[in-house]
Ligand binder design. Structure first.
Ligand SMILES: NCc1[nH]cc(CCC(=O)O)c1CC(=O)O
Ligand SMILES: [Zn+2]
Ligand SMILES: [Zn+2]
Length: 338
C-alpha cells in the first residue's frame, strides 16, 4: 500500500502532530530560560559616585560603590539572583606590573562584595579573578622579561587575589586568565584561608581569543598594551585544546565550567556537557556578542527580544544551564511578559 507520494516515507514520519497543540508543544521544549539562569556582569570602578555609560556596550554603565547598591536593589526586586563583579581601577597609578590593586582592601571589588552581601544577603556574588584590569601592561598575569607569562608567579598572585575576594565574602571566584595551574592554586589558597567550604570556583575553562571582547576592554580599560592574549586564550579552531583545558580544570578541582564566547561556540558547550557532565556549565555571552545583537536589532534586522531568546536558547540547547549576560536586566522584564 502506498501511504504518501514519497514511497520511502512511512506515515510515522509526520512529526508535526506531536507539537501542533500549545500543550504538546510545551512538552517538547526541554530546558527553559528562567530568571535564575542569568548571571549579570557589573563593572565597579574606584570612583564611588561614578555612573558612566559605555559607548560600545548599550544600556551598560560603569558604577562606583555608591551608585551600585541602589541600582542592584531594583534588579533584586525584579528577581535577579546572581552577579559577577569586574573591578575597574581608574585612579592614576592604580596599575602596576603585578596588578597589586586587584585585591586592595579599599578597592572597588572588595568594597562592592561587602556592600552587596550586606544589602542583599541572598544574592549570589561572584568575582571575576584576573590581573588584566590591574596590570600596566594589560595582560592577564605577571610577565617575564621577554613578555611571556611568568606562570608560577601569576598563579600565586591570582590565587592570593581569589582568596582575598573569598575572605571579603563572595560566593564564587571565577578565574578568567586561562593560565595552567590556577584552579588548583586557588582551591589550595581557599583551603588555607579557611573559606573553601563557602566559596565556589567556577573557572573560565574554554575561553577563546578573538574579536568579541572589544567593548569589554573599553568598559574595563584592559586592552593589552602590546601583543595579544593568544598565548593563553585558545585559538578559535582549537576544539581539541578546549576539551583538554576543560579536563585540566576538572582535574584541578573546579566546581563549574565557563565556555566563552557563547553563540558561535555551541559545539564547545556540547563538549563541556559531555566532559563535565557532573558540573554546572555556564556560557559567557560576551560584550561583542551583546553589542552585535543590539546593533543589528537597531537596524531592524530582527527584534531584540526575539534574538536574545534565540541566542540564549541556543546555549541551553547545547548543554549550558547558566548564562552570564548583559541582557540580564532585560530578561528579568521579558520573562515576566511571557
Ligand atoms: N580577562 C578578563 C575578562 N574576563 C571576561 C572578559 C570578557 C568579557 C566580555 O567581553 O564581555 C575578559 C576580557 C578579556 O579576556 O579580554
Ligand atoms: Zn584577563
Ligand atoms: Zn580575565
Amino acid at each position: 500500500m502506498k501511504y504518501t507520494e514519497y514511497e520511502d516515507a512511512p506515515p510515522t514520519s509526520v512529526l508535526s502532530g506531536s507539537y501542533s497543540h500549545p500543550v504538546s508543544r510545551q512538552w517538547q521544549l526541554g530546558k527553559r530560560l528562567t530568571k535564575s539562569t542569568f548571571i549579570y556582569p557589573l563593572f565597579v570602578s574606584d570612583i564611588p559616585d561614578e555612573e558612566t555609560t559605555i559607548d560600545s556596550l548599550p544600556e551598560m554603565k560603569r558604577r562606583g560603590v555608591n551608585t551600585l547598591i541602589p541600582y542592584v536593589k531594583g534588579l533584586v526586586e525584579k528577581g535577579l539572583t546572581a552577579v559577577i563583579l569586574f573591578g575597574v581601577p581608574l585612579a592614576p597609578g592604580a596599575k602596576d606590573a603585578e596588578g597589586t590593586s586587584a585585591d586592595d582592601a579599599k578597592g572597588p571589588v572588595i568594597q562592592a562584595v561587602k556592600l552587596l552581601k550586606k544589602n542583599f544577603p541572598s544574592l549570589f556574588v561572584m568575582c571575576d579573578v584576573c590581573l588584566c584590569e590591574y596590570t600596566d601592561h594589560g595582560h592577564c598575569g605577571v610577565l617575564l622579561e621577554d613578555g611571556s607569562i611568568n606562570r608560577p608567579r601569576s598563579i600565586q598572585r591570582i590565587a592570593a587575589v581569589a582568596a582575598n575576594y573569598a575572605k571579603a565574602g563572595c560566593d564564587c571566584v571565577a578565574p578568567s586568565d586561562m593560565i595552567d595551574g590556577r584552579v588548583g592554586a586557588i582551591k589550595h589558597a581557599l583551603i588555607e584561608a579557611e573559606v573553601a567550604h563557602k566559596c565556589m570556583v567556577m573557572s573560565y575553562s574554554a575561553k577563546f581569543a578573538g574579536p568579541f571582547y572589544g567593548p569589554f576592554r573599553e568598559a574595563a580599560g584592559s586592552a593589552p598594551a602590546f601583543g595579544d592574549r593568544r598565548c593563553y586564550q585558545l585559538p578559535s579552531t582549537g576544539r581539541g585544546l578546549a576539551r583538554r583545558a576543560m579536563k585540566r580544570d576538572i582535574n584541578e578541582g573546579t566546581d563549574a565550567i565557563i565556555v566563552k564566547p557563547s553563540i558561535f561556540f555551541g559545539d564547545i558547550v556540547a563538549d563541556a556537557a559531555e566532559i563535565a557532565r557532573d558540573l554546572p556549565i555556564a556560557v559567557y555571552q560576551v560584550s561583542g556578542e551583546y553589542a552585535m545583537l543590539h546593533a543589528a536589532a537597531e537596524k531592524n534586522v530582527f527584534d531584540l527580544k526575539q534574538i536574545a531568546f534565540e541566542a540564549c536558547n541556543s546555549s541551553l540547547r547545547a548543554g549550558a544551564s547558566l548564562i552570564i549576560s548583559y541582557f540580564t536586566p532585560r530578561f528579568l522584564d521579558w520573562l515576566d511578559e511571557n
